[in-house]
Write a protein that binds this ligand. Structure first.
Ligand code: MRU
Length: 346
């Protein structure tokens, strides 16, 4: 594992690398209660679907620590509370629900045993994610070799899907990191990802640390770059994948997928099974988080729009399955009829 992990749990405190302050300051925020963890997720101290999930596991450990005589019913209620921190990434509910089993088994040994079991579960999931994401990167490498006949690639990505979003190795950005280790990256087009600037602030921060060649572009540059043959493939992450393969991801993902289809550029979603939600039939049923309009109307706290202007700020969009070349998960690459393959997986 990397020595600069963004999520750490030490001596009953959850430390989160404050992603709101990156790349200018590297500061860890201390979380000592489940309420702190709720705020950290909601306010995007921590963000990215898998990282939100791991934070939630440790958040539930913090709850146990503060409630020595809890019952399973009370624990379930606390779980529901933490799930309200953000709606779109399914990893949040997925990981929280898994802690219920961990707790109900360990609880027979007492409160302290339940606490330790949940903390251990969090650490295990972080370690496991690195193994899964390495597997996904291997699949992606094989796929690229078959689909694009080049020794090194110019890839495009959206939002941030690296170690900040995943705890250790990233998903889509994990593919980039993995290819970079074999000098197979010519360039990465990092789009800014308005309005929260995950591309400019976070993906560029990660690629700089990894010494991977990249250039930041405005999102409006995508069609031009693709039409000029400057993009070999696109890799993005996912916040929730429905039973038919429709994928919720950061707003702007769908635009990229449509443009990629027009220019015959392979477009891949890279996401672990914990980002799938087979209970949801299609993307139409995925709840899309609406965020504060001030993220658009202001920049770093300074108003840039007219005083009376309003903004509409959906944080995610749905890429319909027909625009996706392949979905890469730890079990392999899904291609063609996603619906049947997802059914088999679950
Ligand atoms: O609002 P964010 O920054 O949490 O949105 C994150 C994304 O959309 C990521 O692409 C997604 O969570 C996948 S992270 C591996």
């Amino acid at each position: 594992m990397k020595d600069y992990l963004p999520i750490k749990y030490e001596k009953d405190v959850l430390y989160l690398l404050d992603q709101r302050k990156l790349p200018l300051e590297e500061v860890f925020a201390e979380n000592k209660t489940v309420e702190d963890a709720h705020t950290s997720i909601k306010e995007m101290v921590v963000r990215g679907a898998p990282s939100i999930g791991y934070t939630a596991i440790f958040g539930m450990a913090l709850w146990i620590k503060k409630h020595p005589d809890f019952t399973l019913d009370q624990y379930r209620k606390a779980c529901e509370y933490l799930k309200t921190s953000r709606p779109t990434a399914v990893n949040l509910a997925f990981e929280i629900d898994r802690t219920i089993n961990v707790v109900s088994e360990a609880m027979t040994e007492g409160h302290q045993a339940a606490y330790e079991a949940v903390v251990q579960f969090g650490h295990d999931q972080l370690a496991e994610s690195e193994r899964k994401n390495t597997k996904m990167a291997e699949y992606a490498k094989e796929e690229l070799k078959q689909v694009v006949d080049k020794r090194s690639y110019s890839l495009m990505t959206h939002c941030n899907t690296g170690f900040l979003a995943c705890g250790s190795l990233g998903t889509a950005l994990g593919v980039v990191e993995y290819l970079g280790q074999s000098s197979m990256i010519k360039n990465v087009w990092v789009d800014e990802t308005r309005p929260y600037m995950q591309g400019t602030r976070l993906t560029s921060y990660e690629l700089t640390k990894l010494k991977i060649n990249h250039e930041i572009v405005v999102e409006g540059a995508a069609a031009t770059l693709m039409s000029q043959g400057k993009v070999d493939a696109i890799f993005v992450g996912a916040d929730r994948i429905a039973a038919n393969g429709d994928t919720a991801n950061k707003i702007g993902t769908f635009n990229l997928a449509i443009i990629a289809k027009e220019f015959n550029i392979p477009f891949y979603v890279v996401a672990p099974l914990s980002s799938f939600d087979p209970a949801i039939k299609s993307g139409k049923d995925i709840e899309i988080e609406l965020r504060d309009e001030n993220e658009i109307l202001s920049f770093r706290g300074e108003r840039i729009a007219p005083k009376t202007a309003k903004a509409f700020n959906p944080s995610f969009d749905i890429t319909q399955n027909r625009f996706i070349t392949g979905i890469i998960c730890e079990k392999g690459i899904l291609k063609g009829s996603f619906e049947e393959q997802i059914k088999e997986l679950f």
